[in-house]
Design a protein around this ligand. Structure first.
Ligand SMILES: C[S@@+](CC[C@H](N)C(=O)[O-])C[C@H]1O[C@@H](n2cnc3c(N)ncnc32)[C@H](O)[C@@H]1O
Length: 202
């Protein structure tokens, strides 16, 4: 099916928020899909979409002001076909919008740590979320994580090790500052350690 011509270039609003996306309507070309959950203003996505045009890139972000930056910047950089943004909550997207076994990689960088114990239930990394990530990925697909928050990182590892069907593999390490997210650049500049992990769907 052809992409919907009524849609703006970058931000995507599906015909129904209650049915799974049809990737053929989101991206004009069928190629592997990578998703950045909580992408902020999408600086890293813009870089990747230019660097790796043979992949489709989707940013998911709940804040309108941030995701709108993607809409503004992408056309200026000549990016149109292989980048889209979705303004929605990440776990809803993973649980209800993405078709099963359809995503090649998920990137989750510096998710809000909600450090107070009484707020832990608001954290993204819960067993149900990791199970939904597993359903969404193709076999051999990856989840890439980075955080500056040591305790939250330990919790992420715990949730992954309790989940079935993931193998921990060598993490992706940014080769250049352009391969870092905005948050990561700030943390690295401050000399703060960044914890990374990568899991492959077996
Ligand atoms: C700390 S920032 C990190 C942004 C970006 N990943 C980076 O590394 O520069 C976290 C981002 O995730 C977004 N966010 C937090 N929880 C979210 C959720 N449940 N669904 C979608 N976006 C979320 C926030 O609005 C914010 O833009």
């Amino acid at each position: 099916m052809k992409p919907d011509p009524s849609q703006p270039a970058i931000l995507y609003a599906p015909p129904s928020w209650f049915e799974r996306l049809d990737w053929a309507r989101v991206f004009p070309k069928t190629q592997p899909i990578e998703v950045d959950l909580g992408c902020g203003d999408g600086t890293l996505l813009l870089h990747w979409a230019r660097k790796l045009p043979d992949r489709n890139w989707l940013g998911v972000e709940r804040l309108k002001g941030r995701i709108l930056k993607l809409e503004r910047k992408a056309p200026r950089l000549g990016i149109t076909g292989n980048l889209r943004g979705l303004r929605i909550e990440s776990s809803y997207a993973i649980e209800w919008l993405f078709p099963p076994a359809s995503v090649a990689a998920c990137h989750i960088y510096f998710p809000d740590p909600w450090p107070k114990k009484r707020h832990h239930k608001r954290r993204l990394f819960q067993p149900e979320f990791v199970a939904a990530l597993h359903r969404t990925l193709v076999v051999g697909g990856h989840v890439n994580l980075a955080t500056d928050h040591r305790e939250y990182f330990a919790r992420m590892l715990e949730v992954f090790s309790a989940a079935a069907g993931f193998a921990r593999v060598e993490p992706l390490v940014p080769a250049t500052p352009e391969d870092m997210t905005d948050f990561e650049r700030d943390f690295v500049a401050e000399g703060r350690p960044v914890h990374r992990a990568r899991f492959r769907k077996t």
